[in-house]
Design a protein around this ligand. Structure first.
Ligand code: ATP
Length: 217
């Protein structure tokens, strides 16, 4: 995100891609405007929160009109740096990593997995979903050469920290960590942790203990 958005609260910033994706769908369907109630229903965020989020970047909906879809879209595109492709590397081409390489993320926003790394000789040199898999020993030099700013970790948990340490000398500023390991990083690097097993367990817990609670977290 660019400098103008630094003052947006982090909770709001995290919801921006969600809004962006929905607005893109509306735009593709030829819709010109959207109410906060409609947005709320679609993205499952209450409308008061949406109005507050939007007020941070000066998008004030008009009563009885709602928000202008094109205006919001161009704002989000700029804010989320959608005009520039953010280059991503994926480390660990196992089951999960392979799925990400095939999916890639270009359909939704301008982030693209450019390169992948693994230690497995059977995977090195292959192309998965257009992405070349390189020998892990080339990690640092290639991250720098390709100016990669985000790394996705889909390696076994035991090696996650040492791989993270070897990334520190590159231009990588963000790590999307899919391993269960908690990573220690300097403050210049941001880690987002997605532990799918924990998420699943949390869902099971909520279904069991709050079966009628429809509030989404
Ligand atoms: P698979 O069935 O292909 O092994 P998996 O997701 O069950 O997939 P994991 O053991 O989680 O396997 O490993 C994920 C990937 O990370 C594998 O492709 C493995 O070769 C790779 N990997 C393991 N150690 C490292 C490492 N130190 N550096 C880079 N990649 C590694």
């Amino acid at each position: 995100m660019n400098e103008d958005t630094l003052k947006i609260p982090q909770a709001t910033a995290k919801r921006l891609p969600l809004y962006y994706r929905f607005l893109q769908n509306l735009h593709n369907a030829g819709k010109q405007r959207v109410s906060s109630a409609e947005l709320s229903e679609a993205v499952k965020v209450d409308s008061a929160t949406i109005r507050r989020d939007f007020s941070y970047f000066g998008a004030l909906g008009k009563k009885g009109y709602g928000y202008n879809v094109n205006y919001l879209l161009s704002f989000f595109r700029k804010t989320l740096d959608q005009d520039e492709v953010t280059k991503v590397a994926l480390i660990g081409v196992g089951n999960l990593g392979t799925a990400f390489l095939n999916y890639n993320f270009l359909k939704n926003n301008n982030t693209k997995i450019e390169i992948a790394f693994d230690i497995d000789k059977n995977k090195i040199g292959k192309k998965i979903g257009q992405v070349h898999v390189y020998e892990f020993s080339e990690l640092q030099s290639r991250l720098v050469e390709e100016n990669i700013s985000i790394a996705i970790l889909t390696v076994p948990a035991e090696v996650a920290q040492s791989i993270t340490d070897s990334i520190l000398e590159t231009n990588v500023k963000g790590i999307l960590n899919f391993t269960p390991a908690r990573l220690n990083v300097p403050s210049s690097i941001r880690v987002h942790h997605i532990d799918l097993a924990v998420e699943l367990q949390a869902l099971v817990y909520f279904l069991k203990h709050y079966p009628n609670d429809t509030e989404n977290s």
